[in-house]
Ligand binder design. Structure first.
Ligand code: SF4
Ligand code: SF4
Length: 537
């Protein structure tokens, strides 16, 4: 019996083909699991002090969309971001869009969710969808970046996944971990469990977790329409890689003499890239999942390394008008961001007139540059040991949505900590040392005399002074009583006083952007600080 007949028979009897374990589909699944595990492990390692053997921002460095939009928006090429993202681009040009099928953790999560949804819905994988939309979204992101406004964060798969894990899942995981490590019963029965690494000392929580959960849930739910709906139709990173993958040397080929026209490959293709005749496919949509090879009964499909230029199409079906329409949307978004009153400067102020409580982490670039570079990865928020860094809602205007702001009432900026500067992939927060922190002025505390216990009630209270790590409070006798004042040269805006102030619900001492000196160079901020020392002498 010939191989083809054998395969046909096996297929008819069992519906299965190629029972070998080491088929490419399984290898791909293993690689996917390894990269998803690495992604989660690196997030687990994103704690203070950062001691990860691999940079915790590894996936963002390998993300050509985040890197490209940051370069364009900031008009700056960041050397550290070139090697991995560049390697990923070259790999795509040479081999094809392997990244999406093998490495992208978002793609893996979608695959896992689709398995469940498809079984539940019993829906075929075939339906083609609107693959052009992802190119339009890519155009929108890049045009907006051309006008120096970052919106890649909204669609970037790594940013979406990281935000979901950090804002939504980290809190319940930490709660469970803390229950285990703190439980006397666990200490008796399994003492090893009381030392689970990476469990935070205090319970973290994040604003915007519901919105992040809804967005991510929505992306997964799109699997009810078709498998990998997000990757096929919406992901601008996928679009960027698809544009580069038309010339790869790994090509799907079908042997007509073996093909039994069962069209299983067509139905099983999760990207809808196989054309109805089953022999040709859309090369830019193929993510090399090898599903078509696995389901092919007589082994008619393979992916050899070849320079043959037939059996595939590289068209993108992009409509010029729609492309221009989305590009115009990018411009419109950039225009709205620029026209947003909270993004305007008042007079000659170096600080934009957004909320006075838009306190950035230390080491942050001046606001304009910060907004151009921050990709809203939320790594800084994950690593902040006090949980004080939170996603901005309105504090930083439309353009600054989801950027990190310090909310001292939740947690202050700890004196010894330098973690956010260590993990920021785009250097929106520049690395700094604990020693430098004393002159990295992110804001300044002011005392509300109408609510301060000492000023308003003539009673004694020392809480802010006791907690200030920079000794920035001093006392003067006013109306017969010692009253607190803030030393502008020493107060860095860390917010420890605000965090500990006993006045509720709004602290009587609050940090605002008045003392934010990020528009000065580090050297100039240091001189500002040293002026105080000279005065003392
Ligand atoms: S299309 Fe986007 S989300 Fe999907 S696998 Fe590729 S990069 Fe990841
Ligand atoms: S500032 Fe924070 S959220 Fe923005 S890129 Fe850096 S680490 Fe990510």
């Amino acid at each position: 019996m010939s191989t083809v007949t054998e395969a046909r028979k096996r297929f008819r009897e069992t519906g299965r083909v190629r029972p070998r374990f080491w088929r490419m589909q399984n290898v791909r699944r293993m690689v996917q699991i390894v990269f998803l595990a690495l992604f989660l492990l690196l997030l687990a390692f994103t704690v203070y002090p950062v001691r990860s053997p691999i940079p915790v921002d590894f996936f963002f460095r390998a993300d050509p969309l985040a890197v490209l939009s940051t370069f364009i928006a900031s008009r700056e090429v960041i050397g550290a971001l070139i090697p991995l993202a560049g390697f990923m681009l070259i790999l795509t040009v040479v081999l094809g869009r392997f990244f999406c099928g093998w490495f992208c953790p978002m793609g893996t999560v979608i695959d896992l969710s689709d398995r469940f949804l498809v079984r539940w819905k019993r829906r075929a994988a075939g339906a083609r969808g609107f693959p052009q939309v992802k190119y339009y979204l890519l155009a929108m992101v890049l045009v907006s970046a051309l006008f120096s406004v970052q919106i890649a964060y909204f669609f970037d798969p790594f940013a979406i996944l990281t935000r979901t894990v950090v804002w939504v899942l980290f809190a319940p995981i930490a709660l469970l971990g803390r229950m285990l490590t703190g439980s006397p019963m666990v200490a008796d029965w399994a003492p090893a469990l009381t030392h689970i690494p990476f469990v935070p000392e205090s319970q973290p929580h994040y604003r915007m977790n519901l919105l992040a959960a809804l967005l991510f849930g929505g992306i997964l739910a799109l699997g009810l329409v078709s498998r990998r709906f997000w990757c096929r139709n919406l992901c601008p990173l996928g679009a960027l890689l698809a544009l580069l993958s038309g010339w790869g040397i790994v090509r799907r080929q079908t042997q007509s003499d073996r093909c039994i026209e069962c069209h299983r490959c067509d139905r099983e293709c999760k990207m809808g890239s196989i054309l109805p005749d089953s022999h040709r496919y859309l090369a830019r949509e193929c993510i090399y999942c090898y599903n078509c090879v696995s389901v092919c009964a007589p082994g008619a499909t393979s992916f050899p390394i070849t320079l043959r230029r037939e059996g595939f199409e590289t068209g993108t079906d992009i409509h010029r008008r729609r492309l221009l329409g989305f590009a115009a949307l990018g411009m419109l978004w950039a225009g709205i961001s620029a026209g947003d009153t909270s993004a305007k400067r008042v007079g000659n102020s170096p600080i934009k007139a957004s909320s006075p409580f838009r306190i950035r982490p230390p080491g942050s670039l001046p606001e304009d540059q910060f907004l151009q570079k921050c990709v809203r990865c939320s790594l800084c928020m994950k690593v902040c040991p006090t949980n004080g860094l939170q996603p901005a809602l309105t504090e930083a205007g439309i353009e600054g949505f989801w950027t990190p702001v310090l909310v001292p009432r939740i947690g202050h900026c700890a004196q010894h900590c330098t973690a956010c500067g260590d993990v920021c992939p785009t250097d929106a927060i520049q690395p700094f040392t604990a020693e430098e922190k004393k002159y990295l002025f992110i804001g300044r505390a002011y005392i509300d005399r109408s609510t301060c216990i000492v000023w308003a009630q003539d009673k004694k209270c020392l809480v802010c002074d006791e907690h200030c790590s920079y000794r920035a409070l001093y006392w003067k006798v006013v109306d017969g009583l010692r009253r607190p004042f803030v030393n502008e040269y020493l107060c860095t805006g860390c917010g420890e006083c605000e965090a500990k102030c006993p006045v509720q619900p709004i602290a009587a001492i609050r940090v605002n952007t008045m003392g934010d000196l990020r528009h000065l160079t580090r050297e100039a901020q240091k001189r500002f600080y040293e002026r105080h020392l000279e005065k003392k002498e």
